[in-house]
Design a protein around this ligand. Sequence first.
Ligand code: F6R
Length: 610
Amino acid sequence: MCGIIGYTGTSNALPKMMKGLSVLEYRGYDSVGVAAQRGKETEIMKCKGRIGALEEKLRDHPIEGSHCAIGHTRWATHGGPSDENAHPHRAGEVILVHNGIIENYKELRAELADKGVAFLSETDTEVAAALINDCYAVSRDPIKAIRSATARMKGAFAFGILFDGHVGEVYVIRRGSPLILARGADGYYLASDMTALLPFTREYCAMKENEIARLAPDGVRIYLSDQTEVAPDWKTTTMTPESAQKGGYDHFMLKEIHEQPQAVVKSVSPRVGKTGLPDFSSDGIEADFWRGVKSIQIVACGSAMHAGLVGIRLIEDLAKVPTTVHIASEYRYHPPIMPDGTLVVVISQSGETADTLAALRYAKENGVPTLAIVNAVETTIAREADRRIYTYAGPEIAVATTKGYCTQASVLWMIAAAIAHATGRISDEKAREVVQSLLCDVPAAMEQMLSREDRYRKIARGLIDHEHVFYIGRGVDYALSMEAALKLKEISYIHCEAYAAGELKHGTISLIEPGTPVLAISTEKDLFDKTESNIREVRSRGAQVTLICRSDIPVHQETADELISLPVSSDAATVFSALLAIQCIAYETASLLGCDIDRPRNLAKSVTVE
Ligand code: F6R
């Protein structure tokens, strides 16, 4: 995934580009660049590295007096991170920034090369620029050139485009990749994500698939594929500039961890009816819909898939609806059987993950009803699903998800309660109890867990010198262990495996040697004795054990080297508290190791390639 931005208006464009790009860096940070018009000339400045590298270049060669510019921050797909592969790309009279992927770029490149076009980079983006330029040479009309060139492109894209001779004009098109237009007091903007524009304005318009827009200082014109013009549908976002800033925390990840208690309340409360029962009617989902659901397939990637693994337990236990969880990138290769009454639930924080989107489209092609649990509003997954439930976590900037996952789990908990109640499997009283536990016990317990930084840091100190770490758990704790291992790996670069506690002895226990850190999670009272046996197995082989455990289980001193006790005001409170502990342990470990916590190497916030 990459981030794009653009501006045209009466103010100085470069400071806006740099500010917006610094917010968009979470989408990719391999290389960065801007193209800025100065009169009839357009200057391009780009380089490998982060925004700081570009700032340095601009200090040596400032671009001043530009009122129209586009910018890009890259996560490399075609062609490694380098100055040449950085965007913007110029081809003839066209200068372009791109978020997405042109799947058929090799054929197009060969065809253009036959016509004598020389390419300077290895990117699919330069091919897109060259194709638009080729079409522009014929029509001399930017809109027609964009339309005919993109008709030949396969894949996903959002482009910001400048044409030589079209002073003050920025052209945009999107298909499959996100793009927002915005209007401020001093001009018009485009960006991959509204958070990049919050320092300038809150008024936005979400571009629809295949629409082309022309931005100029005097306004925005949007054209449909049949060339008819439509008026922009301006809306005002509820996000504030502060929501996209660190707010005094060292990292976005820490800020987002701390936002979780409130994020759960924001996700759950819109789904509580007047009588305190689960009620998704504000999402357009009535009890009748839940009654028709006979089986559920949850499809997602990474942490979102892990949230699904928590969801499966709740939906099956509470609602007794058979549920399976699928890795989105695998879903289509082993097509699951979808009997009548199947509901496909896709989960995605960004709403743009290509693998999840492909799985959603596969389900739709097969005529199966789909429901998306999404955080980022008006994104492709949210739009394409038959029904959508927003998680209202607010902007998540750190690459490693925390509040995204947490709100997905809380919405799944509510869905389980809604189905169970609609089908008469649980009483009003029990349904209200679940709702209250999410609205009151969970936030309170998470707040309590937030104050244990010293403990997390102590445990982190025991991890930093190790190459391998294990998380173990049974039932829902196995699902939490998977999320815990992913969090630790991605931000601290320490290898960590999650194991079903009972499975370790079937082979992997051979990796346990004196000092190996093993973290065991135990939120389910009934399963503690068995997990404790597994802890004994690893301890007797020298493992250093940290136990994250319900506080109402008496734990012998010799069971673990370190103990984190979890509040037990409700099942949900215990599970979400364990989640908070594992996130903080990962954060503190990465912090002690001096890792780039918000932007771990090789990663992007949302992966828009398959
Ligand atoms: C891990 C993480 C990823 C995402 C995954 C899906 O911390 O953030 O594993 O959960 O890439 O992303 P979304 O939810 O945007 O579809």
